[in-house]
Design a protein around this ligand. Structure first.
Ligand code: ADP
Ligand code: ZN
Ligand code: ZN
Length: 824
């Protein structure tokens, strides 16, 4: 018998499958040399050769696998980690994502792993100046430290060249984990967080008796008396708490000198703290009102049978408090909680609030954190199953949780939960629901304006449901008024952008010392530059879009590719000087307001003013402290911000919200208008909203005025059914892109043909998208609409066949191809 020999051969040849950090679909098989067999384990990283003399840090995905027939796997070079850096459960999640979003495992790994775990030869590193304990290092580590102390910074490849050993990456990786070295991203100078002065009682006066004595003694110093009383009012009597200095002075109408005299008496002290905004949210005692308490009960009951529940609650109804209660209970039961927010910029405000509400440290995870910070959070979770609360953007979903009990997806309707930039184009909301199923956790998705899909799922019984119908403390929802711009324009007020009504409204709010938020969904100064003599207009050379005029930079700028040039003095086509900017963006509105309200303090919040690390937070803090009167901004101003004193919200041009060729445009317009309106009148008196439009009869406006989510939903759901859109169908979108227009078109026709052979009438297109060319690439898109009864698995298989044919085609394989499952 030959079996003994065969057996011996197999057992000595140990093989593994790894995931490579490349845009490749599958996993790849490698041989493990005998001396490394003991180090091989699923979830550890290995360095492997791939392609021509290139090495990559890959992740071990399967061990002890069979060798695919007819292949001769290469050897792995060495193992980088002593312990796995990802869990089995994460790998299951990756598998699901790769399959569902049809991206393959490589792109999922690239999205999932924090940079610090994705070391490549190109990474630049340096010694961490803050690190001092040089002890217990391996020879390799010592060599690296020595090199780095004479060089300021080095590329990994330079270090590799210096060492005969290929294990140098392992040593670097270990030094990164220990915080001894940093990657280049972290060495960039960080903008310092803004600090504010906080007023606190000195320890001597943190006692009731001492304080009572003081208050009696102040009867002949009314200003000081007032200040102390305001302090106690704002802190709610918590003698250990503090108040931001500007807020305290503003509320008590006091000067710094009055505060100074109380400090001289030893009553108050000033502490410098990072700009955070706790005061506005210090919910003392944190007691749910009746409606909120009832909703918590309902949700808990529903979670007995449902994995996912939808919480609908009007703006300002206290959804955050409901989340907090469920978070507290989950943590108390020893489980972990993940809280996903749609906008990174919102985390600081939320983290402060949550710390207060759940009385626990909060881990934060998103892309504005440094590599080091993200790695630390990753390793911390990898190491333990302690009850942790993690707040983050969608990437936090990829953290190594061991004991996940609850995922919260706040503002679930937001499209930023979908990854749009790079494959996999996943939805963090939908992925959270899969993950909860797999890990035995629960998902709570919440919104004042839930997506049509989520409400549909709730009404079908797939999701549980609970609703908060009233704003907290019975504050009324704002009154919404429409301004007819066709009439307003005839009256020729200002420059088309600000109607007389809106200007009056702003004046009234200023008189009442209330703040104003103005919303315009276009940044820059003006979206068009036109020649009035010949009709020439400034367009991007790489994209089929107009260039936006940015006054501050004196530049024409493309918002898609960054192409820009100086504002021309004369028309490049006919040399006429009659160049005119048309339309208006946030920058122009800010300018106009400055002329109309010279005494008002005006600020702008858009991509251009919030690029720096703490810029957004600083604006929020300034607005909260009352040092901004009017805030002009893009959709950033609409998202979940909780301000106390906003009397008026103005929408400058609602028309742009629904003028889009997208079946979700109507729903989106409703959500945007309702959310931005919701910033008005959250504390105290009822807020006002003015919406400027050229189409006063647009049906969405009626639903917004009446705060009728139900009306919007019914309108939309019947349209979706009639035209076979989600939730009645599933959509896959395919994009083909190439620099040659004709070639792109041909490839798209070919690909659509392949799809049609398999899916027939379910295929729509190919068609030109609204912007047919971006960054020099022409785009064609094709849609696949799948009815509910169609097998998703079979469909994916058929789509893969088509992709294989496209990628195997001798010329069409050159097109760039992108697949979007459930596009948003
Ligand atoms: P939403 O997220 O639904 O828009 P928030 O959770 O931001 O609403 O609550 C709106 C405001 O009402 C917040 O300032 C919050 O502190 C306050 N609030 C809500 N519920 C309570 C409560 N039970 N006790 C004290 N304050 C509350
Ligand atoms: Zn011209
Ligand atoms: Zn461009």
């Amino acid at each position: 018998m030959s079996s003994a020999a065969t057996f011996a051969q197999v057992s000595s040849a140990y093989h593994i499958q790894v995931i490579l950090p490349l845009a490749l679909r599958g996993a790849f098989t490698y041989r493990v040399p005998e001396h490394l067999v003991g180090d091989v384990e699923i979830g550890r990283r290995v360095v492997v050769p791939f392609g021509k003399r290139r090495y990559y840090a890959a992740l071990i995905y399967k061990v002890n696998v069979n060798v695919p027939i007819g292949t001769k796997p290469k050897d792995i070079s060495y193992v980088m980690d002593d312990l796995p850096v990802v869990t089995d459960q994460q790998l299951l999640f990756w598998e699901w994502m790769a399959e569902y979003y049809m991206s393959g495992l490589g792109p999922v790994m690239n999205t999932a792993l924090p940079n610090a775990l994705k070391l490549s030869s190109k990474t630049t590193i340096a010694l961490n100046p803050a690190f001092e304990e040089y002890e217990a290092f391996t020879d390799d580590e010592r060599m690296i430290i020595a090199q780095l102390s004479t060089h300021e910074q080095m590329e990994v490849s330079q270090l590799e060249a210096l060492s005969s050993k290929r294990s140098i990456q392992k040593a670097i990786s270990s030094l990164l984990k220990k915080g001894v070295v940093l990657t280049s991203e972290e060495m960039k100078p960080q903008t310092k967080p803004r600090t504010v002065e906080r007023v606190e009682l000195t320890p001597a006066f943190q006692k009731e008796e001492a304080l009572n004595g003081l208050i009696e003694g102040l009867s002949n110093a009314p200003k000081q008396f007032e200040l102390v009383m305001r302090f106690l009012e704002i802190t709610g009597g918590d003698l250990l708490d503090g108040v931001n200095k500007p807020l305290l002075l503003q509320r008590s109408n006091a000067t710094s000198a009055i505060l100074r005299s109380l400090m001289d008496k030893g009553v108050f002290q000033l502490i410098e703290v990072f700009a955070e905004s706790e005061e506005a949210h210090a919910v003392d005692g944190f007691e749910l009102n009746e409606e909120q308490a009832q909703v918590v009960l309902t949700l808990k009951e529903q979670f007995d049978t449902k994995v996912c529940c939808l919480l609908q609650g009007v703006t300002g109804s206290g959804k955050t408090l409901v989340y907090a209660e469920l978070i507290r209970e989950t943590l108390a039961a020893g489980k972990q909680v993940l809280y996903l927010v749609p906008e990174i910029a919102l985390t600081t405000q939320l983290v402060q609030r949550m710390k207060h509400l759940v009385q626990q440290e909060v881990q934060v995870y998103h892309s504005r954190f440094t590599d080091r910070e993200r790695l630390t959070t990753w390793l911390r979770l990898l190491d333990s199953a302690n009850p942790e609360l993690v707040i983050g953007a969608r990437s936090a979903l990829f953290l190594p949780f061991h004991a996940l009990g609850l995922i919260i997806v706040d503002e679930e309707h937001e499209s930023s939960f979908k990854q749009h930039e790079a494959s996999p184009l996943y939805s963090a909301r939908d992925a959270a629901i899969w993950m909860a199923h797999a890990m035995g956790a629960k998902v709570l998705i919440g919104s004042a304006t839930p997506s049509v899909e989520s409400t549909y799922s709730a009404r079908k019984g797939k999701f549980g449901f609970a609703e908060l119908k009233k704003r907290f403390a019975d504050i009324q929802l704002p009154s919404v008024h429409i301004v007819d711009m066709t009439k307003s324009k005839r009256a020729d007020v200002m420059d088309a952008s600000l109607s007389a009504e809106l200007v009056e409204g702003i004046k009234a709010a200023m008189v009442q010392k209330q703040q104003v938020i103005l919303f315009q969904n276009r940044r820059g100064y003006a979206p068009f530059l036109m020649c009035e003599s010949c009709g020439w207009s400034a367009e991007c050379v790489n994209c089929d879009v107009n260039l936006t005029f940015h006054k501050h930079f004196e530049k024409m700028l493309c918002h898609y590719c960054g192409y820009n040039y100086k504002l021309p003095k004369n028309c490049p086509q006919c040399n006429s000087a009659k160049l005119k900017v048309k339309g208006f963006g946030t920058e122009k509105i800010e300018n106009q307001l400055e002329t109309i309200f010279p005494e008002a303090r005006i600020a702008r919040m858009d991509l251009d003013t919030t690029r720096k690390k703490n810029a957004f937070q600083n604006l929020i803090t300034a607005f909260e402290e009352g040092s901004i009167d009017i805030l002009v901004g893009t959709q950033m101003v609409s998202k979940g911000l909780d301000f106390e004193n906003v009397g008026l919200v103005g929408v400058l041009s609602a028309d742009s919200l629904w003028n889009r060729p997208d079946f979700r445009a109507f729903e989106r317009a409703y959500q945007m208008l309702t959310q931005v309106s919701g910033r008005a009148g959250r504390k105290g008196r009822r807020g006002r909203v003015l919406i400027q439009t050229f189409r006063v009869d647009h049906p969405v406006l009626e639903y917004v005025i009446n705060h009728s989510y139900e009306g919007m939903y019914q309108h939309q759901i019947s349209e979706r059914q009639q035209f076979a859109y989600p939730p009645y169908t599933r959509i896959m979108q395919f994009k083909l892109m190439h620099t040659d227009a004709k070639f792109t078109k041909e490839a798209a026709v070919y690909f659509a043909g392949l799809l049609r052979e398999r899916f027939g009438k379910r295929i729509l297109g190919p068609e030109e998208p609204t912007i047919p060319r971006i960054r020099g690439r022409f785009i064609r898109q094709i849609f696949l609409k799948m009815e509910g009864s169609l097998s998703l698995k079979q469909s994916r298989k058929a789509v893969w066949e088509c992709i294989d044919l496209l990628e195997g085609h001798e010329s069409y394989r050159k097109v760039k191809f992108q697949i979007d499952v459930d596009p948003l």
